[in-house]
Write a protein that binds this ligand. Structure first.
Ligand code: SAM
Length: 206
């Protein structure tokens, strides 16, 4: 996975590579699928949701240019795998998942692995986590129709947010920077994520 899926495709950030080398991805996957845990595609994690492809996790994390002192907000805990990558690199990770069973399972896995710098919440992540803002970095792991202003407002000045923006079935991975309180946007590449469902995301869930 590290050589063929990450290094050969241009992932360079040493902290991201070290985190992905260290974290046992198979522990975040349902037992009957663990033989595919390191394969080059997303996998189902139950409740109609997915764990992202390893390259996608690496590319999103790398674009955020994470620092040891960073406090990060993640929207869409899912299996908790991406959360673990963030927690390896940053000081604190605040992660929100709208589906209770996924959040609880991820919390159990991450506590078992010894992480003590992750804070979990079951809620609509499109409204963010104002109490703990501003965040240095925000990572959204579900596809949104547009950039939720709530999340942009909770980003620190010079902070970065990565979010898939588009329609329900295909998006453009987009990097946002907050410069002088205004939004600087860079389109990265096409991607396909499950929908971000909530007040500032897709309204219905269909
Ligand atoms: N990063 C995850 C991992 O490593 O397993 C993969 C996340 S999956 C692609 C997207 C997740 O976003 C799903 O678990 C879904 O339930 C969650 N989600 C969708 N809309 C949400 C919202 N408004 N707030 C919080 N979580 C949301």
């Amino acid at each position: 996975m590290i050589k063929h899926q990450l290094l050969d495709r241009g992932i360079k950030d040493k902290k991201v590579i070290a985190a992905m080398r260290k974290i046992p991805r198979h522990l975040f996957i349902e037992e009957d699928l663990t033989n595919m845990a390191y394969d080059d595609h997303p996998l189902p994690i139950g409740e109609g949701q997915t764990i992202s492809q390893p390259y996608m996790v690496a590319a999103m994390t790398e674009e955020l240019d994470l620092k040891k002192k960073d406090r990060a907000l993640e929207i869409g805990t899912g299996s908790g795998y991406q959360t673990a990558i963030l927690a390896e690199i940053c000081k604190e990770v605040y992660t929100i998942e709208r589906i209770k069973s996924l959040s609880h399972k991820a919390e159990e896995t991450l506590k078992r692995l010894g992480y003590r710098n992750i804070y979990f919440k079951v809620d609509d992540g499109t409204v963010g986590w104002d109490k703990h803002s501003p965040f240095d970095k925000i990572l959204v792991t579900a596809g949104a129709p547009n950039i939720p202003d709530t999340l942009f407002n909770q980003l620190r000045e010079k902070g970065k947010m990565i979010i898939p923006i588009g329609d329900r079935f295909s998006q453009i991975l987009t990097l946002i920077e907050k410069i002088n309180n205004s939004l600087k946007k860079r389109a990265l590449f096409e991607c396909i994520f499950v929908p971000l469902i909530g007040e500032r995301g897709w309204q219905d869930g269909a």
